[in-house]
Design a protein around this ligand. Structure first.
Ligand SMILES: Nc1nc2c(ncn2[C@@H]2O[C@H](COP(=O)(O)OP(=O)(O)O)[C@@H](O)[C@H]2O)c(=O)[nH]1
Ligand SMILES: [Mg+2]
Length: 247
């Protein structure tokens, strides 16, 4: 069995998923787990057909309905831990994240990081084709997270990451309840509070050319209030000691 698993959550990604999977398989030897939320457009059928071509490398986890990105990743992390993968990635299906950057994220973890983050704001602002309003919102969202929580990360809502297995084993995943960007912030905040080594790797994020964003006002509100909740909860919470897992 190989040591790396890329988790790709999908909801209506029929235009992207096949190209994305072929691209990942052509440039890496990593395995892929697609978490599909019963996409009405038939995304899961496309994945299942490809499993015949890539058995033992491509897996699908089907859920009955749209349950959100956060719980999709939690299900994927639990699956990855049970199967024994050592490097576990989060990546979108829509090519906003360049699959070639998977190799950079893994190299960062091999060179000492416990969590490597594909960062749009590590060196300037590297976002292509997003409406200016969305770039500004995303950039200032990270600043807001830094001011409220102290999290020393330029791209707090980033969803392109590589975790070492021990990070996901140490975080109490069942306690993470957020669904959208707040989920991405909570994972980073928790890993940072526990003392894990988090590093940002500059990437270029390109807006999707196919399909539609599932970003919504509800996801925005969850993140806005979620950051404050996270901070307040952190005053009362005892984070697990990671010294026993440090290698
Ligand atoms: N399984 C699952 N995937 C989702 C859900 N919402 C979004 N996604 C996937 O998560 C990734 C990022 O979503 P996207 O809509 O592109 O968000 P944006 O890039 O912030 O606009 C894509 O691969 C989506 O198909 C969901 O509720 N469940
Ligand atoms: Mg997207």
């Amino acid at each position: 069995m190989k040591d790396s698993l890329v988790i790709i959550p999908t909801y209506n990604e029929k235009e992207n998923i096949e190209n994305m999977l072929r691209r990942v398989f052509s440039i890496t030897d990593y395995h892929v787990l697609v978490i599909d939320d019963n996409s009405p457009d038939g995304t899961s059928e496309i994945v299942k057909n490809l499993i015949e071509e890539f058995p033992q490398r491509l897996f699908i986890y089907e859920r009955p309905g749209k349950l959100g990105l956060g719980t999709a990743y939690i299900a994927g992390f639990q699956w990855a831990i049970a199967k024994g993968y050592n490097y576990i990635f989060e990546m979108d299906a829509d090519f906003s994240h360049n699959p070639a950057d998977l190799l950079k994220l893994k190299a960062c973890c091999e060179n000492g990081a416990d969590v490597a983050i594909g960062s749009r704001y590590k060196s300037g602002v590297n976002v292509v084709n997003w409406p200016i309003g969305r770039v500004i919102m995303s950039y200032y969202a990270s600043a807001y997270v830094r001011i409220i929580t102290g999290l020393p990360i330029k791209d707090a809502t980033a969803g392109f990451k590589c975790y070492k297995r021990k990070v996901l084993e140490s975080i109490q995943l069942e306690k993470i309840k957020f669904r959208g960007y707040a989920f991405q912030i909570e994972m980073k905040f928790t890993a940072w509070k526990m003392g894990f080594n988090i590093q940002e790797v500059p990437i270029i994020f390109t807006d999707r050319k196919e399909g539609h964003s599932k970003m919504s006002g509800g996801i925005f509100n969850e993140a806005f209030w979620g950051v404050i909740k996270l901070k307040v909860k952190s005053w009362f919470k005892k984070y697990p000691d990671i010294n026993h897992v440090r290698s």
